[in-house]
Every structure is written in structure tokens, then in C-alpha cells.
Design a protein around this ligand. Structure first.
Ligand SMILES: Cc1cc2nc3c(=O)[nH]c(=O)nc-3n(C[C@H](O)[C@H](O)[C@H](O)COP(=O)(O)OP(=O)(O)OC[C@H]3O[C@@H](n4cnc5c(N)ncnc54)[C@H](O)[C@@H]3O)c2cc1C
Ligand SMILES: *[C@@H]1O[C@H](CO)[C@@H](O)[C@H](O)[C@H]1NC(C)=O
Ligand SMILES: *[C@@H]1O[C@H](CO)[C@@H](O)[C@H](O)[C@H]1NC(C)=O
Length: 368
């Protein structure tokens, strides 16, 4: 412990927590997470991770670096979701079906287990390509708390703090933000995992970070045990993401640069209509046995409407190191950036954490 290097991780979303766990468990590091919003807080527009579905589905139009992180992460999540394991309760393993209203080139989906291209004659009307494969979903509020407790169990710390400027952390470390009035404790390295906050955090202020607002509806439908999405012809995405506990996230919307913090009633209606058309199984089975269901059969299942901001970045995830010099001590501190995960934070979390750890090790010469 004495010789371990002090690492501050800014941000307690899925990205900060996963990176913090990765680094703390690696050994040789003492990790403290500083964050304004924590997993145990009520859902907030200032914290994207609480709003995610979250499924693991590769976006076939994304760049290959993103796919590598996602595939890397899938390996870790698949292991954590293993039947009979202590961690499986955070996940639901399922068969995922992806439909495309346009002709689509389906690889890289063939990298997923049990991948099958759906023959044209079996595709629903209006769908031109489709594939199915095995994947998983995460119960995001539960999984975030799991990450936080895994971090503290490994000896890491989490402190609530609103950081105004990177320099405050480089000079003062966690002491500047802890309740006890301790002298400065400059860290050996800082990770910036501040999601949308990276646009505003002093010393980062990355104006290429922008929100892609996503509205969803949470419904109670424990009979749904499969995942399904459609890439509509107009670019919208319609999806059904069941969780292990029987709640289902349905969506969605993709509002580029849309900061509106409340669910819009017209979007909720639109989501319900699109999802019901794609997935009439949403209506309770006892109704479907008796008669043809309508949208009205789904309305009573609604638990909550919500919206969150996907932290997108013009050039994709920022994963790189910059050095900052503390003025008081002259100490040079590497800053590892890990933000801008857009709509893929959960499915790339372990992949980007591996890269962040590598950057950290290269920067400070390996702590062990
Ligand atoms: C509707 C919806 C559906 C989604 N579905 C999926 C999905 O199916 N699969 C998937 O992989 N992803 C999905 N996502 C995307 C996923 O939610 C995000 O990529 C992910 O949550 C980003 O995590 P993050 O840790 O970068 O940001 P956040 O979760 O926002 O965390 C940022 C952290 O930084 C802290 N912070 C920021 N600024 C400061 C500051 N100045 N001082 C102190 N702390 C600060 C915040 O308080 C917070 O703790 C979805 C998102 C939405 C909205
Ligand atoms: C998939 O990626 C493309 C290109 O980056 C983007 O336009 C589209 O919105 C993405 N789809 C989803 C569901 O995120
Ligand atoms: C050090 O001081 C200079 C000038 O006052 C400032 O620009 C710089 O950001 C400071 N660095 C830190 C780490 O505080």
C-alpha cells in the first residue's frame, strides 16, 4: 500500500468505475474515484449511465477500433454473466435479433456467438437484412452498484466531489475534496472519465463532445426474454431490451445536440407505436391468447418514461495521455483521457479500461 501509486479517476459512470476497478485490481495502485453523481443517486440528466438499456450489440457502421473494444468487453461480460456465477444476477443472456430496413453488410455481427443470417423469406415486412446471435443485457443501476462495491472491496475509494478544473486535482489530489481538511496529496496520475462533463471540466473543455439524447420507456413484461432491434429506413432505432428482473427498456430516440432534460410525451407515444409494431409480444400473453392485442394493452405496463444524454464525441472515444505540471511541487502528472463513448459505454467499458490501464502503465513505467 505504502509504495502504491496514487491514481485519481474523475467520474463514477460505467467508464470511470470500470477503469477504476481494472487499475485497483491490477495491483500497485491506490485508486480514488472523484465524482459529482454516484450510482446510488436518483436518476439524473447529469449521469448517462443510469439511463442505458443496456444491450451488447455491435453497430455495423462503426469504425473497427470501436468493434475491438466492444468484442474485448464482451469477453469479460460473458464471463461475468456465466450461469451459476455470483455476478450473473446483473445480466440476462439472450438471443438478440437485429433487423435492417435497408440492405446492410452484416459483419461484424458474425463475431458474436451463435450468429446466423436470417434468410430473406423469414424477414418481417419492410426488413431487408437481419441476423440473430447470442448476447446479453445489463441491469444498469444494479451493475453500476456492483462495480462500485467491487472497487471498494479491492481497496479503492469513492468520494463525492464536483471538480472545477483539472489543476485542482493535479495539485491537491483527493484532499482538496474530502471532508477532512488534509494537506495537498498530489496524485501520480489522473484519469478523466467525465462523459458529457468533459465538455465543461476546466482544463479539458472538449467542445467536440456533444449529447445524443435518448428517450426510453421502462415497462413491466417479464414474459419477454429476447432482444430485438430495427434500424428503420429513416435512421431511427427501435429496440426492446429486457432485463433479468422482468423490466424492459424500450426505445428509442437519437437527438443530436438535444439537451432537453424531460421525456417528451409525443416521443413516448412514437416509441410505443414503433415498438409494438416490431414486437406485438409486448402485450400480455393472456390477452394474446384471447384476441388480437392493441397498443392499449401495453399502456398499463408502463413503469416510467425517461431520457439520458449519450456522451458522443466527434472523433469517437478519446483514449490518450497528456502531461500536466503541478506548479506548487513541479511534479509532472500524466492525464489519461477516457471519454466520449456515445451509445456504447457499457459494451465498450472493459475494452476501453484495458487501453486506459495500458496508457497509464506506459506513462508511469509500470507500478509493480
Ligand atoms: C437511452 C440510452 C440507451 C443506451 N443504451 C446503451 C446500450 O444499450 N449499450 C451501451 O453500451 N450503452 C448504452 N448507452 C450509452 C451509455 O449509457 C453511455 O455510453 C455511458 O453511460 C457513458 O458512461 P460515462 O461513464 O462516460 O458517463 P456518465 O455515466 O455520465 O458518468 C460521468 C461521470 O462523471 C462525473 N463528472 C462529470 N463532470 C464532473 C466534474 N466536473 N466533477 C466531478 N465529476 C464529474 C459525473 O458526475 C459522473 O459520475 C445508452 C445511453 C442512453 C441515454
Ligand atoms: C451506428 O453508427 C452510425 C455511424 O457512426 C451512426 O450514424 C448510428 O446512429 C449508429 N447507430 C446506433 C444505434 O447507435
Ligand atoms: C500553473 O500556473 C499557470 C499560470 O498561472 C497556469 O496556466 C497553469 O494552468 C498552472 N498549472 C496547474 C497544474 O495548476
Amino acid at each position: 500500500m505504502e509504495n502504491s501509486k496514487k491514481v485519481i479517476v474523475l467520474g463514477a459512470g460505467v467508464i470511470g468505475l470500470t477503469a477504476a476497478v481494472k487499475i485497483q485490481e491490477h495491483g500497485g495502485y491506490q485508486v480514488t474515484v472523484l465524482a459529482e453523481v454516484l450510482p446510488t443517486d436518483d436518476k439524473s440528466i447529469r449521469y448517462s449511465s443510469q439511463w442505458a438499456g443496456a444491450h451488447h450489440v455491435l453497430n455495423i457502421s462503426e469504425e473497427s477500433r470501436q468493434h475491438e473494444m466492444d468484442i474485448d468487453c464482451f469477453g469479460v461480460l460473458w464471463e461475468l454473466s456465466k450461469p451459476g456465477s455470483e455476478t450473473e444476477e446483473n445480466f440476462l443472456r439472450l438471443t438478440q435479433t437485429e433487423y435492417y430496413a435497408k440492405e446492410a453488410t452484416l459483419p461484424p455481427l458474425d463475431r458474436m456467438p451463435d450468429h446466423k443470417v436470417i434468410p430473406k423469406e423469414l424477414l418481417p415486412p419492410g426488413v431487408l437484412s437481419g441476423a440473430s446471435f447470442s448476447s446479453l443485457t445489463m441491469d444498469t443501476p444494479k451493475y453500476l452498484q456492483y462495480l462500485a462495491s467491487r472497487l471498494t472491496a479491492a481497496g479503492g475509494k469513492i468520494i463525492r466531489a464536483t471538480v472545477q478544473h483539472l489543476n485542482q486535482v493535479v495539485e491537491g489530489g483527493e484532499s482538496a475534496f474530502s471532508a477532512e481538511k488534509n494537506p495537498p496529496s498530489p496524485p501520480d496520475a489522473v484519469l478523466v472519465c467525465t462523459g458529457i462533463g468533459s465538455r465543461f471540466l476546466g482544463g479539458v473543455e472538449d467542445k467536440t463532445v456533444y449529447p445524443i439524447r435518448g428517450q426510453t420507456v421502462l415497462v413491466r413484461a417479464p414474459w419477454i426474454k429476447f432482444g430485438r432491434s430495427t434500424a428503420e429506413a429513416d435512421g431511427r432505432w427501435t429496440y426492446v431490451i429486457p432485463r433479468r428482473n422482468g423490466d424492459i427498456i424500450i426505445g428509442g430516440t437519437q437527438g443530436v445536440d438535444d439537451w432537453y432534460p424531460y421525456p417528451r410525451p409525443e416521443s413516448t407515444r412514437d416509441i410505443l407505436e414503433r415498438v409494438f409494431a416490431m414486437c406485438p409480444e409486448l402485450a400480455p400473453p393472456e390477452i394474446r391468447e384471447k384476441r388480437t392485442p392493441t397498443l392499449d394493452d401495453v399502456i398499463p405496463l408502463i413503469i416510467e418514461e425517461g431520457c439520458g444524454l449519450r456522451p458522443a464525441r466527434k472523433d469517437g472515444v478519446r483514449l490518450e495521455v497528456e502531461w500536466l505540471q503541478a506548479n506548487e511541487t513541479g511534479k509532472k502528472v500524466p492525464i489519461v483521457f477516457n471519454y466520449g463513448h456515445g451509445g456504447y459505454g457499457f459494451m465498450s467499458s472493459w475494452g476501453s479500461a484495458n487501453i486506459a490501464l495500458k496508457l497509464l502503465e506506459d506513462a508511469i513505467g509500470g507500478a509493480k
